[in-house]
Ligand binder design. Structure first.
Ligand code: DC
Length: 225
């Protein structure tokens, strides 16, 4: 019998800090990392580039199934490479974020990306971050975390991040965007954003990254020997 590599799933809404936590946990344990949101973002970017109507489920799913993608790691940073081009910055643009949320609502797109995500599972283990890692993609994961934070706090974090990069935005617009995206992610028919029944829910509104990291590592110690 082959032993399946353990998976730590970290799901939650955008801005909850799950990407940062996932990276820190993977670094600490020497596990691989799957940023599943990047797959939806890459699908959205490829569809926008090809000028495909985002509501055309069949065509967008074809794009998802045939994505030529690679994640490259250099100096501790993960970059997303689409058809040989580093698009790590492009996929973080606001218009791609909105498009990603739309394509993620299409069941055929989610189906096309399912096996691709499972293929990231390898020894010694995987940290997978997203929305449905614990519910749909890795239901047998021994550690499942659902990380939340209030919408206001998440908008503020995004605001600080963009300001730090010299991008001027309004906090109100960001809050509206976050609420619109949450609404779409939580209310879609396929794999809506929700904690798995066996997930541990952590709220990062008033805890810093270090505090959340400690709690996740404690869970790992309890559940993965
Ligand atoms: O985590 P993120 O912001 O990079 O995700 C981009 C979009 O993809 C977001 O609208 C939610 C969606 N997504 C999803 O539906 N399922 C996942 N496992 C990961 C992301």
């Amino acid at each position: 019998m082959t032993t399946k590599a353990p998976v730590i799933t970290i799901d939650g809404p955008s801005g909850s800090g799950k990407g940062t936590i996932a990276k820190l946990v993977a670094d600490k344990l020497g596990y691989s990392l799957l940023d599943s949101g990047a797959l939806y973002r890459l699908t959205a970017l490829a569809a926008l580039d090809a000028e495909v109507d985002l509501a055309d489920e069949k065509r967008v799913a074809e794009i998802a199934a045939n994505l030529d993608i690679r994640f490259a790691i250099a100096g501790g940073e993960v970059s997303a490479v689409l058809a040989g081009k580093d698009v790590s910055r492009d996929i973080r643009m606001e218009r791609v974020s909105m498009a990603a949320s739309k394509v993620a609502a299409l069941p055929a797109v989610r189906e096309a990306l399912l096996q691709r995500q499972r293929d990231f599972r390898e020894l010694p283990g995987l940290v997978a971050d997203g929305r449905d890692m614990g519910t749909t993609v890795f239901p047998d994961a021994p550690v499942k975390v659902f990380l939340t934070a209030s919408a206001e706090e998440r908008a503020r974090r995004r605001f600080d991040q963009l300001q730090g990069r010299g991008v001027s935005v309004s906090l109100r617009d960001l809050l509206e965007d976050i609420r619109a995206r949450d609404d779409r992610d939580m209310n879609r028919a396929t794999s809506p954003l929700a904690p798995a029944e066996d997930a541990v829910v952590l709220d990062s509104t008033d805890i810093d990254i270090e505090g959340v990291l400690q709690q996740v590592l404690e869970l790992v110690q309890e559940r993965i020997s």
